[in-house]
Design a protein around this ligand. Structure first.
Ligand code: KIV
Ligand code: ZN
Length: 512
């Protein structure tokens, strides 16, 4: 690859999924992997195969389904069993990478590994060598590199490259580095490691001090040519460098960095929304690039400037990152053709049956709501295009509540085997009553961790959007639904999360 290209290594499905409450089901991981492939990332780190049978299976399926369009990577500690397991999961991919890591800092050597420096160097050589017997594309990470003595870091990196590493990743594991410090680390490696030209230098920055993106860009200036990052900056603790931010910084300031990426930036917002939906991690309104306010201009002076010339206050165009206008589009009398055209303009190509479902939803919505906006259409498409298990569906719902009355919900759920079950419950409010009745019908007792109500577009008749997160034992599940009636949206979102939980319980342990 030429020197002006930065490889984007996405670790949303590994480091991102490791953050509390962000676990994804197999189907959700496949959906995210599909979106990342469409986005144009160069490498997808799909998981840590030895961590659990579920992780193994998701890496294997992602490798099978997307390994011909992008490189699929699996993580392994410096242990033979990890490397062998990673290979088993990855082997069907056309393009695959094994990512081997071992901590190198004094603090990790002393307290975590209880290993001397000689042992670290020996293990690195042996395990990178073992991985190399399986495949050519090997990444090595000296964990906690930014807190490692520089001479020792150089020695380990040189050893890894000699043993066959084609990418050397320099993690700022605890988010301790600052831009100048990190620049110095990467520059020192470039100067002092004799075989450094035989490998790509990579960055992997955590955001504990809010510097992950700045540090990644600093590493690029020092010569790094791969950036590890995640959608929406998900990841351990304060997260990793946000993909959308590093990519747009490099694009917007290409005059300065003089490098580019292969990312299709118009897909940033839809990918960010998808990841937010499946992980339940909300995008803060003023989040750079993909936040709802990222292109909103409030002050009169700014609005005036914008009306005269956009570039007075806008360094990126919203459409370049995939934001849609909020223009009024269609109403109840719009025909199928106009609707299909609008979908195409918004970038959606739907299979015939999905189109039919979205069209039916649109007609129902247009009956209730005078003005249907692009954001409403996008929400309708999102709702229908995720694969969500539907063991139970809601066929009837009635709630009653009010001052001086006991909040009650009566509902009917239909099982996929044809059974129809009715139940009624009381609760602290009508929504609580629905949740009590639903849990009883589906036979689960879960914890409600998060409940959020918002609106998709503007106006009194806007579509309400409800997101819920539940935990069933150790695992968390998310549900999201839209409706002009927020009580119904809450019921559908909760049922979706319960269905995911039931589905996860049913998933048999995958065989290797
Ligand atoms: O933060 C870190 O050091 C990691 C490594 C496994 C690369 O995630
Ligand atoms: Zn990390």
């Amino acid at each position: 690859m030429s020197d002006d290209v930065i490889r984007i290594f996405d670790t949303t499905l590994r480091d991102g999924e490791q953050s509390p409450g962000c676990s994804m089901t197999l189907e959700e991981k496949l959906e995210v992997a599909h979106a990342l492939t469409e986005l144009g990332v160069d490498i997808i780190e799909a998981g840590f195969p030895i961590a659990s049978p579920g992780d193994f299976e998701s890496v294997r399926q992602i490798a099978r389904q997307f390994g011909d369009r992008t490189t699929i990577c699996g993580l392994a500690r410096c242990r033979p069993e990890d490397i062998d397991r990673a290979w088993e999961a990855l082997k069907e991919a056309e393009n695959k990478r094994i990512h081997v890591f071992l901590a190198t800092s004094a603090i990790h050597r002393q307290f975590k590994l209880k290993m001397a420096t000689e042992e670290i160097v020996r293990r690195t050589a042996e395990m990178v060598g073992r991985a190399k017997e399986y495949c050519d594309d090997i990444e090595f990470s000296p964990e906690d590199a930014s807190r490692t003595e520089l001479d020792f870091l150089c020695e380990v990196v040189e050893t890894a490259i000699k043993a066959g590493a084609t990418t050397v990743n320099i993690p700022d594991t605890v988010g301790y580095a600052t831009p100048n410090h990190y620049f110095h680390v990467i520059s020192t490696l470039k100067k002092q490691v004799p075989n450094i030209d035989q490998a790509v230098i990579s960055t992997h920055c955590h955001n504990d001090l809010g510097l992950a993106v700045a540090n990644s860009l600093s590493a690029v200036e020092a010569g790094a040519r791969q950036i590890e990052c995640t959608i929406n900056g998900l990841g351990e603790r304060a997260g990793n460098a946000a993909l959308e931010e590093v990519v747009m910084a490099l694009k917007t300031r290409s005059d300065y960095y003089k490098v580019g990426t292969g990312i299709k930036t118009q897909k940033l917002v839809p990918t960010s929304k998808l990841v937010s939906t499946v992980t339940g991690m909300r995008i803060q309104r003023n989040k750079a690039v993909v936040g709802q306010n990222a292109f909103a201009h409030e002050s009169g002076i700014h609005q005036h400037g914008m009306l005269q010339e956009r570039s007075t206050y806008e360094i990126m165009r919203p459409e370049d990152v995939g934001f849609l206008g909020t223009n009024l589009v269609l109403g109840k009398h719009s025909g199928r053709h106009a609707f299909r055209d609008r979908l195409a303009t918004l970038g959606f190509e739907l299979e015939d049956d999905t189109f039919q479902q979205v069209w039916d939803d649109f007609i129902t919505l247009a009956d209730k709501k005078k003005e249907v906006y692009d954001a409403d259409i996008q929400a309708l498409v999102e709702q229908r295009s995720h694969h969500i298990p539907e063991t139970w569906t809601l066929s009837r719902l009635h709630t009653s509540a009010g001052t001086g009355s006991i909040p009650t919900a009566t509902l009917e759920l239909k099982h996929e085997d044809g059974r129809v079950v009715q139940d009624a419950a009381t609760g602290d409010g009508p929504i609580d009553a629905i949740f009590v009745a639903m849990e009883r019908v589906v036979g689960l007792e879960v914890r409600l961790e998060d409940f959020e109500v918002g609106s998709v577009s503007s106006g009194k008749d806007a579509l309400g959007e409800v997101k819920v997160t539940i935990t069933d034992g150790e695992r968390s599940f998310h549900g999201k639904a839209i409706s002009t009636d927020v009580i119904e949206a809450a019921a559908q979102a909760y049922l979706q999360a319960l269905n995911k939980s039931l589905h996860a319980r049913k998933e048999v342990s995958p065989k290797a």
